[in-house]
Design a protein around this ligand. Structure first.
Ligand code: FES
Length: 93
């Protein structure tokens, strides 16, 4: 086993889990949110500092799309795409 320090200041996990039609899930909204966050990180020179990763289910399906931020130990639920920038500004302040 090799142990090394995490180079990222913040790591955002975005649930993109799909479920059967009619079942609550982050799904496509989570995917769109994830893509927006990745683009924002790239456009604002945050690559290497902030990492955005697709995730599986957090068991908060009815409250999706959900984003978990480490090391802040915070979850954001029912995130609208236009709130993504607010999350990044908040976690980087
Ligand atoms: S599907 Fe996203 S939290 Fe369960």
């Amino acid at each position: 086993m090799k142990k090394s320090s995490n180079p990222y200041l913040k790591h955002l996990f975005v649930c993109t889990k799909e479920r059967e039609q009619g079942e609550a899930a982050c799904g496509k909204a989570g995917e769109a949110l994830c893509e927006f966050l990745k683009s924002y990180v790239e456009l604002h020179g945050l690559r290497g500092k902030v990492r955005v990763t697709r995730s599986g289910c957090f068991d908060l399906c009815a409250q999706g799309p959900n984003v978990m931020v480490t090391p802040r130990h915070v979850w954001y639920s029912k995130v609208e795409k236009d709130e993504a920038e607010k999350i990044l500004k908040e976690i980087l302040s």
